[in-house]
Design a protein around this ligand. Structure first.
Ligand SMILES: [Zn+2]
Length: 464
């Protein structure tokens, strides 16, 4: 079977540059699968380029009006029984466009598979526009409503399954990819929410507390432990204990409140359960549909998250996995991650030491001066290693399509991808034995010279 050559495409690009014209252009590069964002509140996969990036040489120069929501025609009958009804994206530049209806005949006539990409992210806060969304939100350890939906809230789960059922029954899609870029409360607190969120400890909503009780986890002890951890991570913990380092106090808390770890893994089980239900629902409706997961970049930086996201286990409910292995932007992202940890549990330890420990613990040959990371990025060797690790872990049970960095948006001081670097990272992935690639993260931000490099490299590798 020839490798899958996928690319993530926002709806607005298809409207801006034409449905058949875009598919033809991508086919010329060797693309045989389009991952189109059908449900997203996140500009990372939807909309034109980021405002702070220059025009990539195709599409309009103006920035679009991105709001987010569904980019296909939702059918009300699938959303009965959930507070969250259909919510069509009100973006003015794509208003009234049903991306699946328009793309499927054009793509399938050109032997190009269409994968629907549902991205759960709500970093943008745009879900505040959706009626009743405020009623499915998490609750933190202080009892405050959080900005993210709870993965155990029945209305939220049913809404997600409604989207899946609606798409599969209404459109002849070839595949479905679901992505979520958030983690459990432990990681969220320790890294102050990462680049996109705040560092609140969650979730203690009524559904989580009840489910915790059924699993014999003391939610009150967990909440108390997380309140103390939040104080420690934000530098507001007990001054009497300050004679010990933050790292020692972190361990003291874990030993005193094992419920902290229990609640972290409990959150993760809820997340896994959502993925399993999406998988089972999709396969029940169409057993031939290819169902898989966008595994966010955090998997490359956090040992805790990596320990939870065992690809060997994920392979049991996946047809494919797309680990994000964006090497150029990886330097900037791990730099931010390590800096956040150095403000919480590694307070007082220099960032170089923490980075050196982490890169070795994660298995990367990426030694460098810590502050050079954003301008240096990670090498193609990182792409090879992470691809090979994933291929080894799934052991043939799921296909592996790593996400390849092509102009992923980042501030000016961050290294940019080049035609050469893209050629090297694509080659490194195939060297590791992957079943395909997903060119990421969105066509609208990819520069013309870099798109051309994809075609050249794939032809040289014999894949186009
Ligand atoms: Zn909850």
């Amino acid at each position: 079977m020839p490798p899958l050559i996928g690319i993530q495409v926002p709806v607005v690009s298809l409207v801006d540059e034409g449905f058949p014209q875009t598919v033809d252009r991508l086919n010329e590069l060797g693309v045989n699968a389009m991952f189109v964002a059908t449900q997203a509140f996140d500009r990372g996969v939807q909309g034109r380029r980021a405002e702070f990036r220059p025009w990539p040489g195709h599409g309009p120069r103006e920035i679009d009006d991105h709001r987010g929501g569904a980019y296909f025609t939702q059918h009300a009958e699938y959303y009965r029984g959930t507070l969250l009804g259909p919510w069509r994206a009100p973006d003015t530049d794509v208003r009234g466009v049903d991306v699946l209806e328009q793309l499927l005949p054009v793509a399938q006539a050109r032997n190009t598979r269409v994968y629907s990409f549902i991205l759960e992210n709500t970093h943008s806060g745009l879900t505040r526009l959706v009626p009743n969304w405020s009623k499915v939100l998490q609750v933190d350890a202080m009892g405050r409503t959080d900005n993210y939906a709870c993965i155990r809230n029945p209305d939220y789960i049913n809404w997600m399954l409604s989207l899946v059922e609606d798409q599969i029954k209404s459109y002849p899609i070839d595949g479905l990819m679901f992505g979520s870029e958030r983690n459990g409360p432990l990681g969220n607190v320790l890294e102050d929410g990462g680049l996109a969120r705040d560092g609140r400890p969650y979730c203690f909503c009524e559904y989580c507390v009840a489910a915790g009780e059924r699993e014999s986890i003391d939610s009150q002890r967990a909440a108390e432990g997380y309140r103390k951890l939040y104080s420690l991570a934000t530098g507001h913990d007990d001054p009497v204990e300050a004679g010990d380092s933050a790292y020692v106090r972190f361990w003291r808390l874990l030993l005193k409140y094992p419920e902290i770890i229990a609640w972290e893994q409990f959150w993760h089980r809820g997340y896994e359960s959502l993925l399993k239900r999406i998988y089972g629902t999709a396969k029940f409706l169409n057993k031939d549909l290819q169902v898989g997961w966008h595994i966010w970049h955090h998997n490359s930086f956090s040992a805790v998250y990596r320990a939870q996201m065992s690809f060997a286990e994920i392979a049991e409910y996946s047809d494919f996995v797309k680990p994000v292995i964006y090497n150029s932007v990886a330097g900037y992202r791990i730099h931010a991650y390590i800096r956040a940890l150095c403000k919480s549990i590694y307070r007082g330890i220099d960032a170089q030491t923490v980075y050196d420990l982490h890169r070795q613990a994660l298995g990367y040959d990426e030694a460098c001066k810590f502050d050079d990371l954003p301008g240096r990025g990670f090498s193609p060797d990182y792409v090879r290693r992470e691809s090979a690790r994933t291929v080894g872990a799934v052991a043939g049970k799921a296909r592996v399509y790593p996400g390849i960095d092509v102009d992923v948006a980042a501030p000016d001081h961050v290294i940019r991808t080049t035609p050469e670097s893209i050629g090297e990272s694509l080659s490194a992935a195939f060297q590791a034995g992957v079943d395909g690639v997903v060119i990421s993260r969105k066509y609208s931000e990819m520069e013309v010279k870099n798109l051309e490099s994809i075609g050249r490299t794939l032809r040289a590798l014999g894949h186009a």
